[in-house]
Design a protein around this ligand. Structure first.
Ligand SMILES: Cc1ncc(COP(=O)(O)O)c(C=O)c1O
Length: 393
């Protein structure tokens, strides 16, 4: 059976692939330590679970409006207003089955075939693939460790063409853990105004910032630019709700309506029960700060331990729950791994530690460690890596 060219052009997610391999080895009885999964290891808070059970018991199990239940749209609008001063009417909020469809439906609603979407790299695995699936062309904007992975406005400007439709922004950033500065964001806002493109602002790690770093919600900090911004977010990370599949987009009304139409035909509506659960998270004011404090402690530990490994250099991330060490010092030695993909193979085979290679994010020479795992597992995982690396040299 012939598969379509757009499907043939996509690459399977290496992060999911790595985590699947770790799971398979575990099923075979191997004690694998996985730093691969980008999901909180915490359980979903009790209050959220109870709201879902209540929804089932009350028979709240039917189709909802394709844009999501009005109470949840109101609660999201209130959250954005109270937390960041971002003014959205409930009609400008569209609830989706996680952050992924929020982005895909936006790209479908925004792009003509062949339109260009700027993607700073390294980048989260699905950006490039979703842009391709939507029939648009990803234009990669290189960013470097020496610039703290902040996109340079002059470099972005040099890649803008008459076909540029949008730019993806992710801060706090997956995979680097970098938080974009106000200056970086202000420069991008100004460029989007001058060159007339839309900013797709993925703020899924909004609650996870450390060392006094500040998350700038784009439409909150730059209300004048609101009509050129689609804000993308999700309950997955902040409320440890990855499996529940609830996310949202906030956009000017015509775009919100277009997104709703796309969702109406492609997904119908997000899960009714999970919407009630998400509503409880927002209405009951579930506070993620305890989880964030725990991530912070793990962050300090993993960065210190990684920097103590010969040949590894790890900048201190100030957001999300990822460390993104530079491992170029370990590559290309006689008999050793030549690439970070090969290094990940060695770590999985010899140390039973799963890590995602930078290649997955267009960032070769680096590895991504998710530190959403316990301190004890972090210590044990890095001990194992240290032993495997010592055996290599
Ligand atoms: C940057 C970024 N955006 C979006 C998502 C999608 O999250 P969801 O599980 O809500 O679809 C992820 C998940 O890993 C992510 O890291």
């Amino acid at each position: 059976m012939q598969r379509s060219s757009s499907v043939r052009a996509i690459t399977p997610s290496m992060t999911i692939g790595m985590d699947d391999r770790a799971r398979r080895l575990r099923r075979e009885g191997v004690d694998v330590i996985s730093f691969a999964a980008g999901e909180p290891d915490f359980d979903t808070p009790e209050i959220i679970k109870r709201a879902a059970i209540k929804a089932i018991q009350e028979g709240f199990t039917k189709y909802t409006s394709p844009a999501g239940i009005i109470e949840l749209r109101q609660a999201v609008a209130k959250h954005l207003r109270d937390t960041y001063g971002a003014a959205y009417a409930p009609e400008e909020i569209v609830i989706t089955a996680g952050g992924k469809p929020a982005l895909y439906f936006t790209l479908r609603a925004l792009c003509e075939p062949g339109d260009e979407v700027l993607v700073p790299v390294p980048a989260w695995v699905s950006y490039v693939e979703q842009v391709k699936l939507a029939g648009a062309r990803p234009v990669l904007v290189p960013t470097g460790a020496e610039e703290d992975f902040q996109p340079r406005v002059d470099r972005v400007a040099s890649l803008v063409t008459p076909r540029t439709r949008a730019m993806l922004i992710c801060s706090p950033h997956n995979p680097t853990g970098v938080v974009y500065t106000r200056e970086t964001l202000a420069g991008l806002i100004e460029l989007s105004r001058r060159r007339e493109f839309t900013l797709l602002s993925d703020e899924i790690y909004e609650s996870m910032v450390y060392d006094g770093a500040r998350h700038h919600c784009l439409p909150g900090a730059w209300p004048d630019a609101r009509d050129r911004i689609v804000l993308l977010n999700s309950m997955s990370k902040t409320y440890a709700m990855t499996g529940w599949r609830i996310g949202y987009a906030a956009a000017p009304r015509p775009m919100a309506e277009a997104l709703t139409d796309v969702q109406g035909h492609l997904a119908g509506n997000p899960n009714s029960i999970a919407q009630r659960a998400a509503l409880a998270a927002l209405q009951e004011g579930v506070d993620p700060s305890e989880m964030v404090a725990e991530y912070d402690q793990r962050r300090r530990t993993i960065v210190a331990r990684l920097n103590a490994l010969p040949g590894v250099r790890c900048a201190t991330p100030r957001g999300a729950f990822y460390a993104f060490p530079d491992v170029r010092g370990l590559l290309g030695r006689p008999g050793g791994p030549a690439t970070s993909v090969a290094l990940c193979e060695v770590l999985l085979e010899k140390a039973h530690v799963a890590v995602v290679p930078g290649e997955a994010f267009e960032g070769p020479g680096f590895l991504r460690f998710s530190y959403a795992t316990s301190l004890a597992r972090i210590e044990e995982g890095i001990d194992r890596i240290a032993r495997a690396l010592a055996a290599l040299s």
